[in-house]
Structure formats: C-alpha cells, structure tokens
Design a protein around this ligand. Structure first.
Ligand code: PMP
Length: 452
C-alpha cells in the first residue's frame, strides 16, 4: 500500500523524524486503511496485537501478567512460535544447496530468511548480512575480524557514555590487543549523545565510532544518520548498535550510511540466539574469518581452502536455521502491520506512561520527559526504595520489570545513581498495563508502606 506517509518516508524522512503531529496528519490522510485505523482507534487502550501473544494470557503470583520487560526481550507472537515448530515438523535437515530434498528445503528457508533480514535493513544485497547470535556477537565479530587486524597503537575508538556493556567491553579488548585508545563522547543531562562533544573528540586518529541508536536506559533515539555523517567526514568507520531501535524505528542502512549495524532477533519478536550483523560488502571481503570450520570455506584440504564470500565467510559450522526461520517470521509479522499504527500506539503509550509516572510521589524518571524522539522505555528511581525492592514488590503484583545497573553503569552514574528500575513496552503493551504499574508504585508511597 502506498500512501502519503510512505511517500514521505521514501523521501528519506523517518517516521520518528516526522514527529507526532505530522504522523497523525498522515494517518488522517490514509485512504485504503481508514477502516483499519478506525478499528485501531482504541488501540491506545487495548492493543489489537496483544491477542497474538499467547504468553501474555496468564496469571503470575495470582494476578494477570503485566509484561514490562520488552527491552530485555520481547514476547513472541503465535506466528513465530508456529514457524519454528513447522520448520522442525516439516523441513528440518542440515541445510545444503545440492543435497536431498529436505536439506534443500532447509537451505531455501535459511537463505530466504537472510533475504528477509536484508530487506528489513534495506541492505543492498543479502550477502551483506551475517547471521549472529545477537547484537553482542555482532559487535564482537567486528571487533575481532575488522578492528583487531586494522587498528594500530594511538588509533582511537569513540564510544559514548550511553553504551550498553556489550558495546563497551569488546572495544576495550581491542584496545588491549592493539594499543588503540577508547574515548567516550559525553551525553547531556537526559542521556542524549552530545554532538558538540562528538565533534570535539573526532580527529584524524579516530578509526571507529560506535554508538547505540536508541539507549536501553532512556529510550532516546539518537540522530544516527547525522552522527554517522560526522564520523565519516573525520574518516572514521561507524558501527550502529540497533539492539533497541530495531523493534521501534524503521532501519535503512543505506540511508543511515553506516559501515556496520547489529541487532538481536529476540528484541524484535524473534527467537533468542538469532540476530544479524550488516556490514558493507567491501569490508566483509577485507575481514579475515571470525571463526573457521565447515560451511565457511570449500575445498578444505591439508594446506588449502577457498573461503566463501560476504556474510557466508562468517558462519562456521551448522547454522541456527530454526532461529533464522523464526526471525524471518517475526519480521514478516511486524512488516504485515501498519507501521504508522504501531508508532501511533507507542506514542500514545509513551505520553500516557510519562503522565502516570509523573503522578508518583518521589519517583524520578531518568532521561527525556517528552514523547519526542523516544521509544516507550522508562527507567526510574524512587526515594526510599532500592530498585531490587521495587522489582520485588512489582513482581508480587504480577508485573515484570527489570532492575539493576541495566548493563549501562556509566550512564546511570551520569544520572548520579548506580541502579534503576526499567519498565519497557512494545506493541502488545496497553494503557491498563501502565495503570497497573502506577497503582502498584503508588501503594509503595502510602503511609505505612514498608521502606526498603
Ligand atoms: N546493546 C543494547 C543497547 C542492548 O540493549 C542490548 C541488550 N540488552 C545489547 C546491546 C546486547 O544484546 P544481546 O544480549 O541480544 O546480544
């Protein structure tokens, strides 16, 4: 379906960049899906996607489950669960292009899934997709196979203070092995990457800039194309950690202009253990293998071998075909929904949650207080209660959140804390879930509630 909204997105403007007003205007302009948008009008209260997620239909600790931990891992729709079951029921074999029928079918499913991921990221060719276990493995792969052979003592890797541990530690290992230096770009008081500090720290010594598109703590959507352009002007390569953006924002590696991008399938409704790395084809050709073994080379004799090319060079051994099939099913599920409606739902949820959380006495929300340029991820602390104590109380009410350093201690320290609670939403979250969270938090603030 082509509509005014798609045309504007085609012009390079992302949905998030359009802002909510423009988005709603575009929604109003939809013609073919007017009926659908009517039926989704109540989506802000009752997610129409929710019924597709069987796991949500249960009680936990005597209460109906409220799942607010989607930034850690999303739930899976029945379509994904069935795709994985069907693979094992009908198509399971060790894949191979020129083998028996079942092996060929498994191969076609596996390579079809690579094509689906390439389309999801708008990669120029499926060969630019490397299967990984998730974002962490994708970052480690680039660190080992690109950075370690290329970086020299005195070269610099620029990270930011808002990175997840998985986008910190691999680069520190690279620095230890190569003599390169890791530097950190500052963030503002709400955890947004400071572009002026990026410019200050970029130099001819900068070889690589790595940053999270969306922070897993504050949910802010950093201007990834702009950061990439600035880094490229300084001659650096760019890796985008899209672990938290893949679920919420359209990704287009060609429009972003990045050299590498990673994401995790389990954060986009897919199975755990299946994710992808996008890398420019010419970089993949330069990079030595990450792991070696069968399937990434042929003609393997005692002293000779011919390595495969593109993404295939980085998949040693029997691949995770069911994971790839499940991830492709997840992408098909997301792509079969109207993205404008999902964004509308998430924006409404964000506004609602910001309002409800602001009502809780003693609650301090970390990060931006408006719905602009952010996804529905809310980290907070509460006067008088430790994050683990809050988590325990919420869990007893059937509400699943995350608490601790959120694998982002440097950013938490920037906020003056070492631990926080995080409530994170996805398309199946509804305002009732936020109400349950707010009610349970208010209970803690009533006179007589036990302080931790
Ligand atoms: N980066 C960010 C921003 C994340 O939120 C996460 C997961 N919490 C990761 C990287 C690592 O993802 P995974 O554990 O799926 O490899």
């Amino acid at each position: 379906m082509t509509n005014g909204l798609d045309a504007r997105i085609g012009s390079g403007m992302t949905r998030r960049e359009m802002g909510r007003g423009a988005l709603l205007a575009s929604l109003g302009a939809l013609t073919a899906c007017d009926a659908a948008s009517d039926s989704h009008a109540a989506a802000d209260e009752h997610s129409p996607w929710r019924r597709d997620f069987p796991v949500l239909n249960q009680t936990v600790n005597g209460r109906s489950l409220v799942y607010l931990d989607s930034a850690a891992t999303t739930q899976r729709p029945a379509a994904v669960i069935e795709a994985i079951l069907n693979f094992y029921r009908h198509d399971n074999a060790n894949p191979g292009a020129a083998l028996h029928t079942l092996a060929r079918r498994a191969y076609e499913r596996y390579e079809g899934a690579r094509q689906t991921v390439a389309e999801f990221l708008n990669a120029a060719q499926p060969d630019e997709i490397v299967w990984t276990r998730g974002s962490t493995e994708g970052i480690n792969l680039v660190a080992r196979a690109w950075a370690r052979p290329v970086l020299r003592p005195g070269d610099e890797i620029l990270l930011t203070l808002a990175e997840h541990a998985s986008n910190l530690l691999p680069w520190r290992l690279v620095a230890e092995h190569t003599g390169a230096l890791v530097k950190y770009v500052e963030v503002d008081a709400d955890g947004r990457i400071l572009l002026e500090d990026l410019d200050r720290k970029l130099s001819e010594r900068t070889r690589l800039v790595c940053f999270s598109h969306v922070s897993n703590v504050v949910g802010y959507i950093n201007p990834a194309a702009e950061i990439t352009a600035r880094a490229h002007r300084a001659g650096a390569r760019v890796l985008i950690d899209a672990a938290q953006s893949a679920p919420h924002t359209p990704l287009d590696v060609q429009a972003l202009g990045c050299d590498f991008l990673v994401f995790s399938g389990h954060k986009v409704l897919g199975p755990m253990g299946a994710g992808a790395l996008f890398a420019r084809r010419e970089l993949l050709e330069q990079m030595p293998p990450y792991q070696a073994g069968s399937n990434m080379a042929h003609g393997i004799d005692l002293n000779t071998q011919d390595y495969e090319h593109g993404g295939h060079k980085f998949s040693a051994g029997t691949p995770n075909v069911s994971g790839a099939v499940g991830l492709a099913a997840a992408i098909h599920y997301v792509r079969s929904q109207d993205p404008a409606l999902i964004e509308h739902h998430e924006t409404e949820l964000t506004n609602y949650a910001l309002r409800r959380l602001a009502e809780i006495p003693g609650l301090r929300l970390l990060g931006p207080k408006s719905a602009e340029q952010r996804v529905p991820v809310f980290s907070f602390v509460m006067k008088g209660y430790t994050p683990p104590a809050i988590l325990k109380h919420l869990d007893s009410e059937g509400i699943a959140v995350r608490a601790g350093d959120l694998a982002a201690l440097p950013l938490l320290r920037r906020f003056g804390v070492t631990a926080a609670v995080r409530a994170s939403c996805y398309l199946y979250t509804q305002t009732e879930d936020i109400d349950r969270l707010a009610t349970a938090l208010l209970q803690l603030t009533r006179p007589g509630a036990k302080e931790s």
